[in-house]
Design a protein around this ligand. Structure first.
Ligand code: ZN
Length: 336
């Protein structure tokens, strides 16, 4: 039997209904408990995370008690990423593996599910309560995986990482709680900043057109209509018909800016801008957004806080809102 005290929030979910996801999570928590005595108390916990966003949470919450590696760096598309040979070595040696789940890492999930039989593996994106997830438009029982786009949702993931770290290194539980509490206060402030600047965008301009449907949660939280050329995954190609329909919409609605994403080719977005220009409608590229990967390592934009600050500030500025010159704390790269 899994130790139910480890994941009280999960047990609350279980009392509502026992979904396949819950069973998976409980199985994982059992593996975590089983694995924890193997670690020497002083050694840092070796954590491997799929995306940079999850790795960032693990670094912040784990502090000096963890050593964290992200498999996917800046500009990497998680929908199509497949584990490399060196990833497999890192994953099999890790004390703890964290991934988003919700079918984000579509090409890795079979490998990770298999790995979960012998290593603690935890899908932290699945800690977001079901009633706050957006259902996938094409597949029953699937959800939009882009839960990092809104700090308020990402807070559930911070707690899930805290729980996973605590299960793997229970002697450091107090440290993990304290770090998570501090970080959640920063996320709260970030969410308030994002809502503030995005709230200054004039109502008719609140249309966010990007390369793929990564901004569904963002749109819902901040009152933007969101249009992606590709769907929730980048795996499906956008047809010419889709491009033509979006050009019509840009012209009809007089939309002035569209956005490229760092982890998706800008080919389709450029086709849109050219298509609109051919119809005499001038559309700008409003900037580059961090959709499914963070900015360069070692920069502010290469942290979760910087990523969301950049996105909110860039979108608000390009669509006619009022923003401070370099974002929430004056830390964003100049030249926005
Ligand atoms: Zn995506």
């Amino acid at each position: 039997m899994p130790d139910h005290r480890i994941f009280p929030s999960m047990m609350r979910q279980k009392s509502r209904s026992l979904s396949r996801r819950d069973v998976l999570a409980l199985t994982t928590s059992a593996a975590l408990v089983a694995a924890s005595p193997l670690r020497a108390q002083s050694a840092p916990l070796s954590v491997v995370a799929s995306t940079g966003m999850i790795a960032d949470v693990a670094r912040v919450v784990g502090g000096g008690a963890v050593q964290v590696q992200a498999l996917m760096g800046p500009g990497i598309d998680p929908h199509s990423y497949r584990q490399t040979r060196s990833d497999i070595v890192a994953l099999t040696r890790a004390d703890l593996v964290l991934w988003n789940g919700l079918y984000l890492e579509a090409q890795m999930q079979d490998f990770l599910r298999k790995l979960a039989e012998r290593t603690p593996v935890f899908a932290v994106g699945e800690a977001v309560p079901h009633d706050r997830l957006i259902a996938h438009q094409d597949y029953d029982g699937k959800f939009d995986p882009h839960v990092w786009m809104v700090p308020d949702l990402w807070a559930h993931v911070v707690r899930a990482v805290q729980d996973a770290l605590t299960a793997a290194a229970s002697d450091r539980a107090d440290l993990f709680i304290a770090n998570a509490d501090t970080y959640l206060a920063q996320l709260d402030r970030l969410g308030t900043y994002a809502a503030g600047v995005l709230g200054t965008v004039p109502q008719p301009s609140r249309v966010l057109l990007t390369a793929h449907d990564a901004f569904g949660y963002f749109g819902r939280a901040y009152g933007f209509e969101v249009l992606g050329i590709q769907g929730i995954s980048t795996e499906s190609e956008a047809g010419l018909g889709r491009i033509r329909a979006l050009v019509d919409l840009l012209v009809q609605r007089d939309i002035k800016a569209v956005f490229v994403e760092t982890s998706v080719s800008d080919r389709n977005i450029r086709a849109l801008v050219e298509g609109a220009a051919a119809r005499g409608h001038n559309v700008q590229i409003g900037g580059e957004l961090f959709s499914d990967a963070m900015g360069p390592l070692g920069t502010y934009e290469g942290t979760y806080l910087g990523m969301i600050d950049h996105n909110a500030t860039t979108i608000a500025a390009a669509l006619g809102g009022q923003v401070p010159p370099r974002g929430m704390d004056g830390k964003l790269r100049a030249g926005l």
